[in-house]
Design a protein around this ligand. Structure first.
Ligand SMILES: [Zn+2]
Length: 41
């Protein structure tokens, strides 16, 4: 089982908390630092 990395900056959950999201039907992860940027485009 893969640990998962932020789809944007590739930070692992050891670096920052990661949030699971669904993108185009696939489960991805994004860290809390990149999440606001993702929301705001
Ligand atoms: Zn990130």
């Amino acid at each position: 089982m893969s640990e998962g990395k932020c789809m944007n900056c590739e930070a692992g959950s050891k670096d920052r908390p990661l949030v699971k999201i669904e993108v185009d039907g696939k489960e991805e992860r994004v860290c809390v630092k990149c999440l606001p940027a993702l929301i705001h485009g």
